[in-house]
Structures are given as C-alpha cells and as structure tokens.
Design a protein around this ligand. Structure first.
Ligand code: HEM
Length: 478
C-alpha cells in the first residue's frame, strides 16, 4: 500500500516537473536561447519579455499614436505602425521583435524578399489563431503546399481578364447605385459635404457579392455580413442559409461559371472542387477583397481631393476616353493616368501594410541562419515609405514616378508590394484595379471634390490602412 502511494507521488512529481520544465522552456528559456542565437547572427533585437514579448508595448504605442489625428502628410508610418517605426529607428533594418513568444525577423533586403516570396513552400503562410482570422483562414489564403498549387490552378482562370470582362456590368451597377445616392444627397444643392468612406465600403462589398451571386447578390451579401458578425458560430452556415432562397445558377458565378451543374450532379466539378470548397473560396474573396478594395477607393478619393491638378488630369482622361459613353472594359484599360494614380495611392496607403511567413525548420536565408518557428515579416508600408528606395520625395504624392512602369521606378527590385508577390500574389488584383477604374471613371464624370475642413487625417490599421475618422469631402455636381 505504502509503496503504491510512494510510486503515485513519484509519478505525479515527475509529471509536474516535466510540465513545469516544458512551460518554462516555452515561455522563457527557448525565446531567450533564440534571442542569443539571432544576436550571434548579427541581428539587433528587442530583449524578450516574459509571455508578451513586445505585445504590450505595441498596444500602448498604437493606442497613443491613434489617439489624435495628424496634419495632412503622407509620412504615415509613425502613426500607423509606431512600434515598427521605433524599432527600425533604434535597431536598424536588420532587426527582430517579438509577438508573444514568437521571434519576428523583419526582411528588408529586396533579394531576400524575392526569395521568401518565391519559395512559398519553404516560407509558409502563417495563419493567426485570432478567432476573427478563422473567418478568412479558409480557402486559398490558408491552404498550403501541394493543396495550394492545385487550388490556385483551379481558381486562377476565374480572375483572368477574359472572365473579368464579364464582371464590368456588375461593377457599373454597383458604382451607379453609389453615385445615385450621392446625387440624392446633392439634389437640393450643387455642393455638399459627404463622408464617402461608408459608401466605398458598401461599393466594394456590393461588387464582390454581385460578381459572386449574380441576381441574388443581396441575399449573398446579407449572408456574408452575418458571417462577419460571427453568426456562423451559432450554426448559420453560408450554404444552409443561401441555398433555400436562390437558384444555383446565381451561386458563385465568379468561380463556378458553368461548372455548377457538375458540382450538383457529381459532388464536385471536373477540376475537383466540392460545393463546400467553392463556398469557402467565395467567403474568402469577400473578406480578403472587401476591406482592401474599399481602402484603395477611399484613399484615392482623399488624395485626388488634396491634389486638384491630378483630379483635373484624371477627369480629362476620362472625358477623352469615354466622352458621354458608358465606361467599358476596352476604355478602362486605356486609363493610363488613373492607373499611375492608383499605383501611387497603393504605394503611400497600401491596404495590406505587412505580411508574414513562417519557417518550420532551421533555415539559411541569405547570410543568416534562422531557427525553426521564426516569423519573417515583410513590411510593405515601411518599404513604400523608404527614402533609400524612393528618394527624398518619398512622402510626396507624385503619380508620375510610375509613368514608365513599376519596374522602371523600382529598378526591378522587389520593394513595391501592394498585392504581395511571388506565386502567392493577390489573386484579386486585376479585379480590384478594374473596379477602382470603373468607380473613378464614373465619379470624375459626375463630380469634382475637395477635402472638407472637417476632414481629420488619421490613417490607422483597422485592420487594413483605413481613414480612422472617415473621409469627409465636399462634392460638387458637374
Ligand atoms: C486593393 C485591393 C487588394 C489588396 C491591396 C490586396 C492585397 C493582398 C496581398 C498583399 C496579398 C498577399 C498576402 C500574402 O502574401 O501573405 C493578397 C492575397 C490574396 N488576395 Fe488580395 N488584395 C486586394 C483585393 C483582393 C480581392 C478583390 C480579392 C478577391 C476577390 C482578393 C483575394 C485574395 C486572395 C484569395 C489571396 C490569397 C492568394 C494566395 O494565397 O494564393 N484580394 N491580397
């Protein structure tokens, strides 16, 4: 009896000591070992702090930075990402920081960025364990390795110009609705102040819902919105909510096109996507494409409101290309000035300010050896505001810098990354650029606009680079 009690005690103590060791290793000894390792590799880093790493400081600095607006300037990194700004100022670009117990190595060298983005199996996507991220961490953005190759191959054709052409009427309808709303507001007067930010959010979500759900886009959009509020957590799935009210012809036009019948008959289409997987992808398009495109549209409006010379130039181009005709795909591809304006807006206010990759095994990257579990962070917002890359006028709005194309201005270096890069580059980039061109072709034809005195300049991560206090502009009917 006594022997049994002693053995039990021994087992319990051993388990206790083992768990204590594992936990202290995870929360303290391992990060401290990694910190030493990275320093030996020649990187400067913030000292590891128990459990939180830099998270508390990131939070404090962000709260402080976004507590008030700033003067109108495009030098926005200190407000949008104050901790990164401070880290680079004090530690230099070869630096590492901490997200909790995870070391984050910041990658700035263009050839290294290119390598990280190109070797997408070695430098893997890291999905956050934040519960909100679970909404979008399904589908193409989250799948890895061979499964990603296969999915991307299937989905790519849905975003080819040939297919996008058919989405132009949907973009036109969504933009018309927004413009009609503005005209209604202006019906009594020739000028009026409007916060355009909510309208652009609606426009970008309408455009995705319309291209995904065709004539049933309102039901589709409603479901996406419900999902955004995490209602799917209590059991309302996109599929069960959608199918009773609408015909399959309407479902997921962007992705399925004519393949929906095969899916209905055989469970999956000839390419191998099941109905659930298709739904997963459309959900992802909505969450990946709505906020980002909305941000591109709103910053373009703000910057054109601040720069009347570019607004006039863009309007003249629209009138030259379309006259009084409805914008069409052909004409949209001839809008060169609007194209360079969008490039410059995406440089100064990239909707996705950074992205990450994880290293699963100890790895050699350039001259560095990096331990397993290291996160690599590519800071597009910082790169786009780097004087060493863009020159002294880095924080000026100068679309003409893109007039000879992106690779001319970047000397072919991987430093301009509004849509990411490498094989996992944004699949929706042509979609959003086409939508933005349609929106501005229609807006510039109908209105001139300028920043309202009540506008507060306050770019902030929410989670994309967003105007925190809205976008108040004075619209004039033309
Ligand atoms: C201005 C608008 C947009 C911006 C700035 C943007 C930005 C990005 C960036 C930076 C990435 C790469 C992230 C990484 O490498 O970790 C990405 C990926 C992605 N984006 Fe976009 N995006 C935009 C619009 C859209 C739209 C409209 C859609 C869908 C309709 C979309 C769907 C996706 C998907 C599915 C991926 C993952 C691709 C893959 O992993 O193969 N995006 N986007």
């Amino acid at each position: 009896m006594e022997i049994t009690t002693v053995s039990c005690l021994l087992v319990v103590t051993t388990i206790f000591l083992y768990l204590t060791w594992r936990i202290s290793n995870w929360l303290w000894f391992k990060p401290k070992r990694i910190e030493k390792f990275l320093k030996v590799e020649g990187l400067n880093g913030s000292p590891y702090r128990f459990i939180h790493g830099d998270l508390k400081e990131i939070e404090q600095m962000t709260i402080e930075a976004i507590s008030k607006p700033i003067n109108i300037t495009h030098d926005i990194v200190p407000r949008v990402d104050p901790f990164l700004y401070k880290s680079i100022t004090t530690l230099g670009k070869n630096c590492f920081t901490w997200i909790g117990t995870t070391p984050v190595v910041h990658v700035f060298e263009p050839s290294t960025i290119r390598e990280v983005l190109a070797k997408y199996k070695k430098y893997d996507k890291q999905m956050s364990d934040n519960p909100f991220a679970s909404l979008i961490s399904t589908g193409l953005i989250a799948v890895k390795g061979g499964e990603w190759d296969q999915r991307r191959k299937i989905i790519n054709p849905a975003f080819h110009m040939e297919k996008l052409k058919h989405m132009v009427p949907a973009f036109y309808m969504s933009c018309s609705e927004m413009i009609d709303n503005w005209l209604t507001i202006l019906s009594q007067e020739s000028s009026c102040e409007v916060d355009v930010w909510p309208y652009f959010r609606t426009l970008s979500s309408d455009a995705i819902s319309r291209t995904s759900f065709g004539s049933s886009f309102k039901e589709g959009k409603k479901i996406f919105e419900l999902q955004k509020e995490l209602i799917d957590l209590i059991g309302l799935s996109l599929k069960s909510a959608y199918i009773p009210g609408t015909s399959h012809d309407d479902l997921l036009g962007i992705l399925l096109d004519s393949n929906y019948k095969e899916i209905e008959q055989h469970g999956n289409n000839s390419f191998g996507l099941s109905m659930d997987e298709v739904i997963e992808e459309c959900k992802l398009f909505y969450f990946a494409g709505q906020e980002t495109t909305g941000n591109l549209l709103v910053w373009t409006m703000i910057l054109l409101g601040q720069h009347p010379e570019w607004q006039t130039r863009a309007r003249e181009e629209v009138l030259r290309v379309f006259g009084d005709n409805k914008p069409d795909i052909n004409g949209l591809s001839h809008l060169k000035d609007i194209n360079i304006i969008l490039n410059e807006v995406l440089r100064l206010y990239p909707p996705v300010g950074y992205f990450t990759r994880i290293i699963h095994d100890e790895n050699k990257l350039g001259k560095l050896t990096l331990p397993a579990g290291t996160l690599l962070q590519i800071n597009s917002l910082y790169l786009h505001h780097d004087k060493d890359i863009w020159g002294e006028d880095v924080n000026e709005f100068k679309p003409e810098r893109f007039s000879q194309g992106v690779s001319k201005v970047t000397n072919g270096k991987t430093v301009y990354l509004p849509f990411g890069g490498g094989p996992r580059i944004c699949i929706g980039q042509n979609f959003s650029i086409l939508e933005a061109k349609m929106a501005f072709a229609m807006i510039l034809y109908r209105f001139s606009f300028e920043i309202s005195p009540s506008y507060s300049h306050a770019p902030a991560y929410m989670p994309g680079v967003t105007p925190q206090f809205g976008a108040h502009l004075i619209l004039h009917k033309l």
